[in-house]
Design a protein. Structure first.
Length: 397
């Protein structure tokens, strides 16, 4: 009987041990992490970042501590997989919040040289505290490259959560397409599809589900304003637009499952596309197929983007180029490495990418499918499975 699909405490411990081992090999006395996604990855603790500093501290002896404000104590004790939780009263606070943090560093032996993702809690939402190096008197060595490399190779448990995300984002997208019609608004359609998919997900796996996200609490699908002429703006924002015959639509769907995400995007048409629109759609499919074929273990990420760029050259499509071929995905919608001509990272089994080369024309609209793929020993497995062909993506008028 399955009672949990969450990442286990043992896996969180192994992640911390691996990072701490790298830090010790570099002569560092411990590690401090502030980024909320890094804290989630290593400690299983999802929180809403505010002006109140939160940090994960890894001591040389393997002890793991969270430093949190008083309002997060019970939350951290219940939801994290650390050995101890230290707290201060409030920020700015009297005594100062940083005093507890400094004491924790001293008690755990973090002196001399300390590994960290950044030199102190970032100055967000009014926080104005000291840097980590100022607070500890130690030199700070950034470990972001090591952290990102570790996060890039997904475990079987992580892949299972991404597959679960895909299942519910697929449902949300199916409902999105079903409810889209001339005369209704994107807000109405997106909200209805997202709510129904979320309710279905909670009915099915609610006992073992948690979003572990401070951005979303369930399955979602929408257009984010990429409707009609705005479909040619890759990162448009929702504007409660009304669907009209002839619109080109670019969608997006995902679902956080214990923090893990997938990406599903499709180009759709309200009514039959014109010959020119279908030609652009066919080029977009060809670009994505080319990228799928280029993703192989041992190759560089840049090689995938360069293959796509060669197609742009061959077919004189550069006026319609806006962005690289894709990016890794996991706890964040965008992770490294990137399928970009400037990223030579070696593609390795266990990496999960979105593949989304796009074409954008102010006159003809935007054309972008995005699929989530897993790198295997022999190539890739395309994890998303929503129809890609034009006939399946036409909404009757």
């Amino acid at each position: 009987m399955i009672t949990s699909i969450a990442i286990t405490p043992e896996e969180h411990r192994a992640r911390c041990d691996a990072l701490l081992g790298n830090a010790q090999e570099a002569g560092l006395s411990g590690v401090v992490l502030f980024d909320p996604y890094y804290v989630l990855y290593y400690a299983g603790f999802a929180f809403v970042p505010t002006e109140r500093p939160i940090a994960l501290v890894l001591g040389a002896d393997g002890t793991r501590a969270l430093v949190v404000p008083r309002l997060e104590v019970e939350h951290a004790e219940a939801k994290s997989t650390v050995d101890r939780v230290e707290h201060y009263l409030e920020y700015p606070g009297d005594p100062r919040a940083e005093d507890v943090f400094a004491r924790t560093l001293s008690e755990m032996g973090l002196t001399g040289s300390i590994g960290a993702d950044q030199d102190g809690y970032p100055w967000i939402l009014g926080y104005r505290g000291p840097t980590l190096s100022e607070l500890s008197g130690a030199s700070v060595v950034r470990l972001v490259a090591e952290i990102e490399a570790q996060m890039a190779i997904k475990s079987e448990a992580e892949i299972a959560l991404i597959r679960e995300s895909i299942r519910w984002s697929n449902l949300a997208h199916r409902l999105l397409q079903r409810y889209t019609r001339v005369g209704v608004t994107e807000t109405e359609v997106s909200q209805r599809a997202s709510d129904e998919a979320t309710f279905a997900m909670l009915d099915a796996i609610g006992e073992i589900y948690s979003a572990q996200s401070f951005v979303s609490s369930g399955a979602g699908a929408g257009y984010r304003g990429q409707i009609g002429r705005n479909s040619a703006i890759p990162h448009a924002l929702a504007g409660n637009l009304v669907f009209a015959a002839g619109d080109v639509l670019v969608t997006g769907a995902s679902a956080p499952v214990w923090g893990y995400l997938s990406e599903l995007e499709r180009t759709m048409f309200v009514g039959e596309p014109s010959a020119e629109q279908e030609r652009m759609f066919d080029h977009m499919l060809a670009l994505q197929d080319l990228a799928f074929a280029a993703i192989r273990p041992g190759r560089g990420c840049s090689e995938v983007d360069l293959a796509v760029r060669a197609y742009f050259d061959e077919h004189d499509l550069w006026p319609h180029w806006r962005h690289h071929t894709g990016h890794a995905i996991g706890l964040r919608y965008h992770e490294g490495p990137f399928l970009d001509s400037g990223d030579d990272t070696e593609i390795r089994p266990g990496m999960v990418f979105t593949v989304e080369p796009g074409l954008y024309s102010p006159k003809l609209g935007g054309y972008r499918h995005s699929d989530t793929v897993l790198v295997t020993d022999g190539g890739i497995e395309i994890l998303t499975y929503y129809p890609r062909d034009v006939a399946s993506l036409v909404i009757p008028t």
